[in-house]
Design a protein around this ligand. Structure first.
Ligand SMILES: [Fe+2]
Length: 472
């Protein structure tokens, strides 16, 4: 025990130092943004059993299943309708009509199938319908002649700079109990009009011989959303399905047979990179698992694509990719680095508003930073604040069987604004040419609860600093 005088002095010193720490706001001084205090167990999620109700096969002979839609042209007046029949090919006709209209139209699609090891797919139908009217509710029917099933969708409003539109963000979904929670949570959030999906769909490749039955179950699982609103597809590593040991050496075989995208409409030569316009957004989808180095087709395409974006027509420039460039988790750390080196300067030059990626099974949002000053001799190799740079958001938290990424790099880097290892989804609400509101919703909360959010100021029309913290 010390004397009362010494004890008093020690208390003064301790409280003095604590006071100084509070004054300096040391956590945000040493670290970047905030790391959520939510602590979750680092355990694998569990896939839903094959007989789960969400995988239910629709009744009736040769009934169409795994129905899903995506945008079918470059401007949002087209839709690709896809479905699978199991007993026989059946009709590949789509009947469609405007709500309250008696006049029905029809369009013939194509049918394909594939083999993967000892699995043979059902009959996979794709039908592209074009020249629809904007902002119109359409009904459609597939399975004609056997067991017809009806669905509906609403086309987006006409393209324009101040057209409000709302996108949902989902990534790395899989088919676990958590995946079902994420999808239900997204559905109960009434705002999403189109899903921007950032890759890793079914995780069938985690099963022995990449059991493609799990591609079918996944198709039936997401039908309840994907048949009624477009899901914009990005290919992830779990779509590669490449396994020489079982004799399957054609990459992306199940994915490309099952999920079509309108890549030719944006003059792409591959379904793995393409663009669409939708309402007030220009969306560029990139391929983390196709060549992107100089002189590659993707490089040439992106180089000629970015100057085409007319921000007076589509103010919001959004990029989707699978592997994130800015990721402070210890999972897939720096896997996106080589693509960042190739393309980041373009993203800054063309003022991309936001980049959504998946791959890391957690959530993270960055500050606006760039790391393009480095030139191999100048040692400028750290990200710096850059108001022309995108915000990078990792939304690979759909809930697949591989579980959460809970292990983070410490301290939190300056560029990382918020991170949390929870499953969830996000919503990007475009209000007009200057403002968009973004919110992230963790599964554990009610759908109205916002776990992370920010107002986006458009980089072309309103390039103000949105950051809530001072950081230099
Ligand atoms: Fe991935």
């Amino acid at each position: 025990m010390g004397s009362p005088v010494v004890m008093g002095l020690m208390k003064l010193i301790v409280f003095g130092v604590l006071g100084l720490l509070v004054f300096l706001d040391v956590p945000s001084f040493c670290n970047g943004g905030s790391t959520s205090s939510f602590i979750r167990k680092d355990e694998k999620a569990v896939d839903l059993p094959l007989d789960s109700d969400v995988f239910r096969v629709p009744p009736g002979y040769n009934a169409p299943q795994q129905v899903h839609i995506t945008q079918g042209d470059h401007v949002g007046k087209g839709v690709i309708i896809s479905w699978v029949t199991m007993d026989e090919p059946g009709s590949n006709m789509v009947l469609y009509w405007r709500s309250k209209s008696k006049q029905k139209f029809q369009k013939k699609g194509t049918v394909t199938s594939y083999k993967f090891y000892n699995y043979t797919s059902g009959y996979i139908h794709h039908c592209t319908i074009k020249h629809l009217e904007y902002d119109t509710l359409y009904f459609y029917e597939v399975g004609i002649g056997h067991t017809p099933r009806q669905f509906w969708f609403r086309t987006p409003p006409s393209i324009g700079p101040d057209v409000p539109y709302t996108f949902g963000l989902i990534g790395d979904l899989g088919q676990s109990f958590d995946s079902n929670w994420t999808l239900s949570h997204y559905e109960s959030n009434p705002n999403g009009q189109t899903v921007l999906f950032v890759g890793d769909l079914s995780y069938a490749d985690t099963y022995p011989f990449h059991d493609n039955v799990r591609w079918d179950t996944w198709g039936r699982f997401v039908e309840r959303s994907a048949a009624y609103q477009p899901w914009i597809w990005t290919a992830g590593n779990h779509e590669i399905d490449f396994d020489p040991e079982i004799g399957e050496t054609v990459p992306f075989k199940p994915y490309t047979h099952r999920y079509h995208v309108p890549y030719k409409a944006s003059e792409s030569t591959s379904p793995f990179w393409y663009s669409i316009k939708r309402a007030s957004a220009y969306i560029i989808v990139l391929a983390s698992y196709s060549a992107y180095g100089k002189y590659t087709p993707q490089y040439f395409w992106l180089e000629s694509e970015l100057p085409k974006v007319n921000r007076s027509e589509t103010p919001w420039l959004i990029v989707l990719m699978h592997s994130p460039w800015y990721n402070s988790y210890n999972y897939h750390y720096m896997e996106g680095e080589t693509m960042r080196v190739m393309y980041e300067a373009w993203f800054v030059k063309y003022k991309v508003d936001v980049v959504f990626a998946g791959h890391v099974h957690a959530y993270e949002r960055s500050e606006r930073v760039s790391n393009i000053a480095y030139n191999i001799v100048n040692a400028k190799c750290s990200p710096v604040p850059d108001e022309s740079a995108p915000v990078y958001i990792t939304i690979g938290d759909g809930g697949n069987l591989e579980g959460l990424a809970t292990n983070m790099t410490e301290p939190q880097p300056h560029y990382s604004a918020y991170r949390e290892a929870s499953f969830g989804h996000a919503i990007f609400y475009i209000k007009n040419r200057t403002h968009a509101y973004y919110s992230w919703h963790r599964n554990q909360d009610g759908d109205a609860v916002v776990a992370d959010s920010m107002w986006f100021y458009n980089r072309y029309w309103n390039p103000l600093n949105e950051s809530t913290k001072s950081y230099s």
